[in-house]
Design a protein around this ligand. Sequence first.
Ligand SMILES: [Zn+2]
Length: 122
Amino acid sequence: MLEEDTSPGRHDTIIAACDVHRYAALGCRDYHDNCTDNLHAALGQLGLRAPDCPAPLNLWMNIPVGPDGKIVWGEPLSKPGNYVTLRAVMDCIVVMSTCPQDMIPINGAACLPTEVHYRLLD
Ligand SMILES: [Zn+2]
């Protein structure tokens, strides 16, 4: 449950987690770190395995849908220091991946992945 959001509130639930196929489609010929592999690596450290990569909540990812129904891969509207507070209302495993996308500007005009910090509250 999203309890607090200090950003302009633009997040995405349309775009699937990035994977090796997306980077290959963008022209990447070598392996590129990606959120799908990050998920599987994190779960593997817990001795768990997901059969598929679930649909992510892409915090701060700006994917507006135009009047023609087409999506745009926009730059984030959030600023450094923005944060969200999420509340788990049931036991769950949360995996966070700082998207390593550096080929299109979804992490900002400089196309540099941006670090994210988290902490667990009571
Ligand atoms: Zn990603």
